[in-house]
Design a protein around this ligand. Structure first.
Ligand SMILES: Cc1cc2nc3c(=O)[nH]c(=O)nc-3n(C[C@H](O)[C@H](O)[C@H](O)COP(=O)(O)O)c2cc1C
Length: 360
């Protein structure tokens, strides 16, 4: 039996995954307030559909940084896919290619970037800037040489958020799994020596608590491919990112895994859209599980959404086919939602289709 939708996919995946892995994927930080809010806020938005529109032909396709996608639904960067399925990121990349989408590959991929790109999907690379700019540069050179078409710099991780389940479970990567995109750059050999032991310590060396706007500007100036800033929640930060040379921003609270107590990302989206004012792309992630969620995000001004955990649930349920199912289900729901709301294309998904139940 296959899951009917992305929410059910989690239940199916939970039954297949080791408890420690399921907890790592699903967890949010501390009280998981942001994690819950990301989902709940979608219910606070009403849809106001148009009727008697000829919707017999519909197209959810769009172009993002030069890549045509069949629907504005991207694979958010998520770590350690081989914990969910032995084929890991290779399976995800194949499914994303078949779905006509874009895969944002995590720095913490359990498969080397070259092997992922070889599967034929358009791949953007999620970057954690290192304290040593030489390491950041070496990593960006490598992923661009491998064929990644954009960089997505994550800004919401000056330190790791605290996920208490992982602490309780003593979450660690099993022997045989590592982070091949980073291991060769690790100056102190910490990744190699500690792979297979507790994660947080082993990956601390790559965080950059002093990452600054000046450094963002330098990264943008040096990069031959567009740079997006991921993890913004505020209008002023978003405007500044564009002024530093970013091609766009991703409204994200890291799926509720970093600072707990932020608003839902869908609540932050309108302020970011206003501040960016058409000068760059605005993507959003966090709790997107239904086609109606995608419709709401687009109506509030997003160019596209990303899905994080659902990819991992799909992988756990059935490897490449499981991820493909997730993308197909969400795209189908978006298509039906567009028809029912009287929209034939993304340009017809306008702000008048949505209204907040109570002001955010
Ligand atoms: C298990 C897991 C691993 C993640 N790893 C990364 C990562 O390596 N880099 C990153 O920028 N974001 C990472 N994220 C955050 C996602 O990119 C995304 O912001 C979030 O999952 C979206 O929320 P959703 O899971 O509710 O769709 C991760 C999220 C999860 C659940």
């Amino acid at each position: 039996m296959l899951p009917q939708n992305l929410i059910e996919a989690e239940t199916f995946a939970r039954a297949r995954l080791a408890r420690v892995v399921y907890d790592y994927y699903r967890s949010g930080a501390w009280d998981e307030t942001s994690l819950r809010r990301n989902r709940e806020a979608f219910e606070q938005i009403d849809l106001w559909p148009r009727v008697l529109v000829d919707v017999s032909s519909r197209d959810a396709g769009t172009t993002l940084l030069g890549t045509r996608v069949s629907a504005p639904i991207l694979a958010a960067p998520t770590a350690f896919h081989r914990l969910a399925h032995p084929d890991g990121e290779v399976a995800t990349a194949r499914a994303v290619a078949a779905a006509g989408s874009i895969m944002v590959l995590s720095s913490l991929s359990t498969t080397a970037v070259e092997e992922v790109v070889a599967q034929g999907a358009t791949v953007w690379f999620q970057l954690y800037a290192n304290k040593d700019p030489g390491i950041t540069q070496a990593l960006t050179d490598r992923v661009i040489a491998a064929g990644c078409k954009a960089l997505m710099l994550t800004a919401d991780t000056p330190v790791w958020g605290t996920r208490e389940r992982d602490q309780r479970n003593g979450f660690r990567l099993p022997h045989g799994l590592g982070a091949p995109n980073l291991a060769s750059l690790d100056p102190v050999g910490e990744l190699k020596s500690r792979t297979g032991s507790a994660m947080c310590g082993a990956f601390d060396w790559m965080l950059h608590p002093a990452l600054s706007w000046q450094e963002l500007e330098r990264i943008c100036a040096r990069s031959p491919v567009p740079v997006l800033l991921k993890g913004v929640m505020r209008g002023d930060d978003s405007a500044r990112a564009i002024e530093c040379g970013c091609a766009g921003v991703v409204v994200s609270n890291h799926g509720g895994r970093q600072l707990d107590g932020t608003p839902a990302t869908i609540e932050s989206l309108p302020k970011v859209v206003e501040a960016v004012a058409g000068r760059g792309l605005v993507l959003v992630d966090g709790g997107v599980r239904r086609g109606t969620d995608v419709l709401k995000a687009l109506a509030l001004g997003a160019d596209a959404v990303q899905i994080g955990r659902p990819q991992l649930w799909g992988l756990a349920c059935g490897g490449e086919e499981g991820v493909r199912l997730i993308f197909d289900q969400l795209a189908r729901e978006l298509d039906i939602s567009m028809a029912l709301a009287g929209c034939r294309s993304l340009t017809e998904i306008t702000a008048d289709l949505v209204r907040w139940r109570s002001a955010p």
